[in-house]
Design a protein around this ligand. Structure first.
Ligand code: NAI
Ligand code: MG
Length: 362
């Protein structure tokens, strides 16, 4: 394995992004795989110091990197002139159109988990348009605020293809003849948002015709929220528009141990960015108690992604390390040490040490 190193751009951002992203870097370093890490700035503190939330040097480095690790950014809840969320900007600039948010729960039944569920689902969220298209304006001297929801045939078709390809790959990875067929649930609100959700639904069902081996169903978004809370095991791959996907993936991640364990991949044709689903968590930032497992899960997703493009021997090493990291995460989730979000008293550093040690279990 003497391949040229892969460049990983590390953007910790604000708040606990700076506490958990080093955990992802530490597990990647521990693999001994040929990685070269570079650091870059983005976020609210960056904006306050340099007047830019996403400096052009960061964007240039992001375009040149083989993969990006992103922590979280703190965005003020009120408009600030010149400030735009750098993660939304990065997704759009790099055309990272597919946001992949897996949730997995195989914890044994116990006192804190009395209703055991076998949850293994992925939310596939369209990442470039919808209500995040940035088309907001104010009229009537400030008395009316308007947001435009943009849905295109092109973006709807390509996100549906990602969802269907993923459902196929997941089915093929489930061994055994009794493994269920892959299922894609198209989630929308086409009964009310007739044009935008209507187009998304029509295009998704058209694309589905090319996947006769999959079960395709559809669900209204409010029904989906309830079903995620009560019958999560019925889902395999959920595909939906930008804002719906953001909300539903937070609901779903409750089954995987909450925000502190939820990783995500942002994928496009040419670039890939990995980030925890959670934000900057100002309420716990600086205390050393943020759960690093979501960020560590991002390292595993990053390895799986790079493996898809690497020479065979390197790809197999990357997949092997990804499996080891995911096994170590499951071990720590089941047996501790646990940070306070999982009702424990461990620190971020305790959890990192435990994962680093379990990565090498035989
Ligand atoms: P948040 O995800 O930062 O926090 C929600 C709650 O979950 C908080 O109580 C927090 O302490 C807890 N939490 C989150 N991650 C955790 C972890 N790893 N370990 C332990 N506890 C964890 O969401 P919130 O509070 O709505 O937003 C805070 C800031 O983060 C805002 O400025 C928001 O704009 C930003 N944000 C940024 C995101 C991004 O960069 N992709 C995503 C979501 C929010
Ligand atoms: Mg969110």
């Amino acid at each position: 394995m003497s391949a040229a190193p892969y460049t990983i751009l590390v953007i910790p951002g604000d708040g606990i992004g700076r506490e958990v992203i080093p955990a992802a870097v530490a597990v990647l370093r521990a693999t001994g795989l040929p990685f070269h890490f570079e650091n870059a700035d983005a976020g609210w503190e960056c904006f306050q110091h340099h007047g830019e939330a996403l400096p052009s040097a960061t964007l240039t480095a992001a375009r040149a990197a083989d993969a990006i690790l992103f922590g979280a950014v703190a965005s003020p809840g009120y408009p600030v002139a010149g400030y735009r969320s750098p993660i939304v900007q990065l997704r759009r600039e790099l055309d990272l159109y597919a946001n992949i948010r897996p949730v997995f729960d195989d914890l044994p039944e116990n006192g804190s988990n009395p209703r055991r569920r076998k949850v293994d689902l992925v939310v596939v969220r369209e990442n470039t348009e919808g209500l995040y298209a940035g088309r907001e304006r104010v009229e009537d001297d400030g008395a009316t605020a308007i947001a435009e929801r943009v849905i295109t045939r092109r973006a709807s078709a390509r996100i549906m293809r990602v969802a269907c390809d993923l459902a196929r790959a997941r089915r093929n990875a489930r061994n055994g003849s009794d493994a269920p067929p892959g299922r894609v649930t198209v989630v929308h609100k086409a009964n009310v948002l007739r044009e935008t959700c209507g187009l998304f639904r029509t295009v998704a069902l058209e694309v589905a015709q090319a996947y006769p081996d999959l079960q395709i169903d559809e669900m209204l978004v409010d029904t989906c929220a309830l079903q995620l809370a009560t019958r999560p095991e019925r889902f395999d791959v959920i595909v939906t528009t930008n804002l719906f996907g953001d909300i539903l993936s937070d609901v779903a991640c409750a089954w995987g141990g909450g925000l502190g364990l939820a990783p995500s991949a942002n994928l496009g044709e040419r670039h890939a960015l990995f980030e925890p689903v959670h934000g900057a968590a100002p309420d716990i930032a600086g205390k050393g108690i943020a759960n690093p497992l979501a960020a560590i899960g991002c390292a595993a997703l990053l390895l799986d992604h790079l493996a898809g493009h690497a020479p065979a021997d390197l790809a197999s090493a990357m997949r092997g390390w990804s499996a080891r990291i995911q096994r170590a995460i499951r071990h720590v989730r089941a047996a501790g040490p646990h940070t306070p979000d999982l009702d424990g008293v461990a620190t971020t550093a305790d959890v990192i040490a435990a994962v680093l040690s379990h990565m090498f279990d035989t």
